[in-house]
Design a protein around this ligand. Structure first.
Ligand SMILES: N[C@@H](CCC(=O)N[C@@H](CS)C(=O)NCC(=O)O)C(=O)O
Length: 202
């Protein structure tokens, strides 16, 4: 059985938990107590030398990096499919997964981490404003790509949507008002049972 090392508030872990839920894969969930620094404990570092979550372990294979884990789950458990059959569409899924990590995730962390975990006097407000601007520019591009569509690629919920989903949760906290097609895509994604089941409490 797959072991998943994760934290309930971790966005990247949530990607993996959503895919596991969508595919109804049974797994052993192991919380890494990050508040206690357990992700930097030598025991965990022996598994994932970067000291981050998520990590999965199956039959001696240890895998980290959420997008690599998503691709592994898809390659080993094809049903229900979370990528299109058509190879050109599949390539678009890969493109969007990559772009999510380049244009959205770090910028979201720059705003959300201080807002959730640091006192206001420790916020780097210039960096936070710059990150917000980068996200808004990215959303302008996504808006054009999502116009008239339900999902990013091939009218199908895919790994590309999963990559974005946990980060879309933070628009209110980031005070980002998404343009209309992004807003309805966001609602559609956050309403999925797999998203509801993995929504962080805090
Ligand atoms: N690129 C990694 C990012 C994972 C990541 O940064 N996870 C955060 C929690 S959401 C973490 O473990 N941070 C602790 C650290 O960087 O020390 C992935 O896609 O899995």
């Amino acid at each position: 059985m797959i072991k998943l090392y994760y934290h309930p508030l971790s966005t990247y872990s949530r990607r993996v938990r959503i895919a596991l839920a969508e595919k109804q894969i049974a797994y052993e969930a192991i919380v890494v107590d990050m508040a206690q620094g357990k992700h930097k404990d030598p025991v965990y570092l022996a598994l994932n030398p970067y000291g981050r979550v998520p990590t999965i372990e199956e039959d001696g294979l240890v895998l980290y990096e959420s997008t690599a884990i998503l691709n592994y789950l898809e390659a080993t458990r094809a049903e229900p499919p979370l990528v299109p059959v058509d190879l050109r569409q599949r390539a678009l899924v890969d493109m969007h997964m990559k772009l999510c990590d380049i244009q959205m995730t770090r910028q979201t962390g720059t705003i959300v981490f201080p807002k959730r975990f640091l006192p206001k006097e420790k916020w780097n407000e210039a960096a936070m404003a710059a990150a917000k601007g980068e996200i808004e520019s990215h959303l302008t591009i996504l808006e054009r790509q999502l116009a008239g569509k339900q999902y990013l690629v091939a009218e199908q919920f895919t790994l590309a949507d999963i990559c974005y989903l946990p980060f879309l949760e933070f628009f209110p906290l980031m005070e980002i008002a998404p343009p209309p097609a992004v807003a309805s895509w966001r609602e559609r994604l956050l309403d999925r049972p797999s998203a509801r089941a993995t929504k962080p409490d805090a």
